[in-house]
Design a protein around this ligand. Sequence first.
Ligand SMILES: Nc1ncnc2c1ncn2[C@@H]1O[C@H](COP(=O)(O)OP(=O)(O)O)[C@@H](O)[C@H]1O
Ligand SMILES: [Mg+2]
Length: 337
Amino acid sequence: MSAPVLTFFNNKGDIGKTSLIYHLSSMFAKLRKRVVVADFDPQANLTAAFLTEDQIDEVWNSSMAGSTVYQCVKPLSDVGDITRPVLRNVAAGLYLLPGDVALSHFEDTVSEEWPKSMADVNLYRPLRILTSFWQVMRMAAEEVQADMILADVGPNLGAINRSVLLATNFVAIPLGPDLFSLQGLRNLGPTLRRWRISWKKRLDNWKENPECTQYPDFQLPLGEMRPIGYLCQQYGVRLDRPVKAYDKWAERIPSVYRKDVLDEPPDEEKKIENDPYCLATIKHYRSLVPMGQERRKPIFELTSADGAIGSHAGAVQDARKDFERLAQKIAAEMNIS
Ligand SMILES: Nc1ncnc2c1ncn2[C@@H]1O[C@H](COP(=O)(O)OP(=O)(O)O)[C@@H](O)[C@H]1O
Ligand SMILES: [Mg+2]
């Protein structure tokens, strides 16, 4: 696939993942990249950030095939095939593949195909289903000549997320400085390695199988899932916790990331502030956040007409710089100019 897929992933929820994707995708589009955002979280929070309730109602209840991620893959649960996605143009150069609460129906279908995809015969259909999200994202990227795809997923290690991850070239891991995030990170690293290895086995199995020659045009993702770093909430994003509690967990993150995600020796000396694997520390943007949500705008695009006056105006400029810096760092990691 020409456009690389970046997924923000952590099996811990409520760490600002969706908010990050919403702002970053808008920033990339501002920097004149063509971006597809794909919402694979059945909670569909990302979709709700971009679209009004009436628009979501229209997307979910229209009979238009391909109007959400679930509508694209739904025919596979029966005897059908993938439907081309219908993207929503949400800003200049920015296209949304809407999420769907009904996507959870697809979890069982996907999970049943994992063992079948390693059998000796009849591999095409299971592989088609396991890679359906990759196929859909490829169609989406082709449709709008995207430079990149950003994917949001729910906070779990289930079959849907495994399928999204194997469609993923790069993985960024948002986390908070707390026990649950750290434990999540310890689970996540080995899980990604396991998923990578098991996908490689399936690719080899397919290539060696006579069925492969019957489908010469059938392409499969490489299942790279390359970690490009983590993003950590700064002290204060959780207002209710003392600074000592923050420090205690924050200082363990560089070592846990090296050991459990990269399978490298831990570096006890490294601090988040000087860790090259730390893509950014995420500030608490305070009242800009509800202001942005209400106006359905990224916080760095709020104006005085939206209520961003006085100290808010300065905070808007700071947020713009933060997201610009982060977008450039991530683009470099993804080899996008
Ligand atoms: N940098 C931030 N500053 C202030 N509030 C934030 C920030 N990032 C996220 N939030 C708020 O925290 C909550 C959880 O964020 P969300 O992006 O939905 O997390 P996740 O997708 O990981 O569950 C939301 O209410 C969101 O508005
Ligand atoms: Mg979310």
